[in-house]
Each structure stands twice: as C-alpha cells, then as structure tokens.
Ligand binder design. Structure first.
Ligand code: ZN
Length: 130
C-alpha cells in the first residue's frame, strides 16, 4: 500500500518535480531525444527513484499505483539486468507480455520490501557494496 488517498490513476495530484542529478541522462522518448532537466514523480516513489538514480539506474517512468493498481518503475533496456541483480521483480505489462522493463517498486513488494530512512534504504546490501 502506498501513501495516496483519493488520487486517481493518471492524476498528477500527488507528484513532485525533481531535478535529475548530473550522473543520470534521461531523454524524452521522442525523435529528438531531448535531455530532461526535471521529471515529475509520484511522491510515494521519490525516495526509491532517488536511490536508483544514485546507483546509476536510468528510469523511464513510474507510478506508485495510488492504492488502486500495481505500481511500477520503468527502466531502459540496458539497466534491466542491474535491476534484477538488485532483487527487483519484473512487473509484467499485459499489453507487452514479453517486455521486462518494468519492475515492482520495492517499497510495496511484500517480503522484498525495503525500509527507508533519509531517502535511502537502510537494509539494502547492494548499496554498501559500492
Ligand atoms: Zn501513492
């Protein structure tokens, strides 16, 4: 369960705009591949997205699910294997059943759940390895 109350799917009510850190290059998914300076993220996932950026994961989009549907974190194809190494579970999209570029946010993934403090998970060994 996430922190949303009465937030509709597709709504931007519970989002904040984050500046993308310099170590991450996120591009618009359009022919010009413009570089993004900021991105809007569901508040519930801000800590987890910051953590992923911090270790170099390039996200393509995310949604916390607003307590209505399964949330997901999308990443570029090149970062799929790293997400799996981090213990993330693929969130299969029924429209694209062969794609594995979306993952269940750890924040809401049952046994695999991270506890968060100060914007970083405090029980993730992969972070200490770096
Ligand atoms: Zn939420």
């Amino acid at each position: 369960m996430c922190d949303c109350k009465n937030v509709k799917i597709g709504s931007y009510d519970n989002q904040i705009e984050l500046k993308i850190p310099n170590n991450i290059k996120l591009e618009y998914n359009n022919p010009k591949k413009e570089k993004r300076e900021t991105v809007c993220i569901d508040k519930c996932l801000v800590d987890e997205i910051k953590y992923l950026w911090n270790i170099g994961i390039r996200t393509t989009g995310c949604c916390c699910g607003h307590n209505i549907q399964q949330g997901y974190i999308g990443v570029i194809d090149k970062d799929i294997s790293q997400m799996k190494n981090l213990g993330y579970t693929v969130a299969h999209n029924t429209c694209r059943p062969n794609d594995e570029d979306s993952f269940v946010p750890k924040k809401y993934n049952g046994n695999n759940k991270m506890r968060w403090s100060n914007g970083l998970p405090n029980n993730d060994k992969s972070l200490k390895a770096r």
